[in-house]
Write a protein that binds this ligand. Sequence first.
Ligand SMILES: Nc1nc2c(ncn2[C@@H]2O[C@H](COP(=O)(O)OP(=O)(O)OP(=O)(O)O)[C@@H](O)[C@H]2O)c(=O)[nH]1
Ligand SMILES: [Mg+2]
Length: 417
Amino acid sequence: MPKFEDILKILPENTQEFLNPLWDALPEDEKEALKEKFEGLPLDFNLVNMLMDLAKVQMQVALGRKNRVAIVGPANVGKSTLYNHFIRQKSDQAEVSPVPGTTRINQVADAGIFTVIDTPGADAVGPVGEKEKEEALTAAQEADFLVIMFDAIQGVKDSELKLYHQLLALRKPYLVVLNKIDLVGGKHETDVLEKAASNLGIETTKLIPISAKRGVNITKVLMGIVIADPELLIPMAQALPQYRWNLSWRVIVTSSILSGVIALVPLPLIDFIPLITNQSTMVLSIARIHNYKITLKRARELVATFGIGLLARTLFQQISKLGGVPGWLLSSAIAASTTVAMGYAASIWFEKGERISQETFNNLSKNLTHFFIESLMNRFKRKPSKKNLKQALEETLDETGMADRDFIDQAANTELI
Ligand SMILES: Nc1nc2c(ncn2[C@@H]2O[C@H](COP(=O)(O)OP(=O)(O)OP(=O)(O)O)[C@@H](O)[C@H]2O)c(=O)[nH]1
Ligand SMILES: [Mg+2]
């Protein structure tokens, strides 16, 4: 078993130069934790290189070089309320009030794996407002990631749109949230979301409805920040192993929707090549969440072991024989469900080092296919646009309840009725 010092020696000199001072500066308990990780592993050069990438990020995090996440948007939308969800120490709490213009200067706090910044409303007018706007834009400029917030009741009008474009011009990774969704009556929620998304010129699925006050969808925001920033992914997964499934699930949802939409393209059966590429990329991301950095080739091999092509064809033939299910819908349901099953299998693989049985894999795919068929049949009388299909798939995935890991474990072990 290699010692950490031995590993360091075989690395290129510039990497050693980079790592040595970082290593020396680490507190003892961090050093011990990292040593344990390395010393149980075979001395394989690729693996070591990969681990070094990992260690660099980890060490940077340990040393406090954290990414800066700024929450920006118009006054009174709930920025400070969201900020208060992320802070670690009570003393960092920001003032929240119904009076617009409560926050006057940027406020920075530790949020564990990143630094979070609360900013004043960036839409204000008049001399005082200008100063606050400048303050907020400075924070946005200096940030690594932006959470852009709008208000579900105020909606997105000209002034909000102007601010939005100003923020986009900074070319930072970002996500957009629509806060105070609790104030919108349940049945109007979709309308409000669609309207705001269309005013912003984005897809509805790209706009996250939240209630900062009630704590609704805050995890989704957190996942969004982490997924968009690979540098955060590893420390996040390591710091909070309980989030690994949540992170993986976000990846699975995105990939599964993409698979479902790919399958909408009219082809004789399903075109398996883009499907498998998509699934392999998903496997790569899930590997990364579990601290493995594998090649695309390896991911493809893993996907291939489940024989998804054959399974998909069998399902297609069996179900179309029963009649009543349009071809496009069946393809889409199969593509989406085998992607979910593959994502689940990959999570188990990287988490426990176990391959789920073929039977479990097939059961899960079959059950999900039926679930998707029913859901899509209820929603569409004829072939939908890509946009509508995406939305329906996202909702269906939500309805599976699989964001909850215990639930998927059960579903995987359930025989098809
Ligand atoms: N109903 C509802 N109210 C919210 C929500 N989030 C924030 N609020 C309320 O909206 C008001 C403004 O919240 P803040 O967090 O201070 O908003 P802000 O964007 O920081 O405001 P400024 O600092 O003035 O720019 C407060 O009364 C909050 O309690 C929400 O999700 N739902
Ligand atoms: Mg505020």
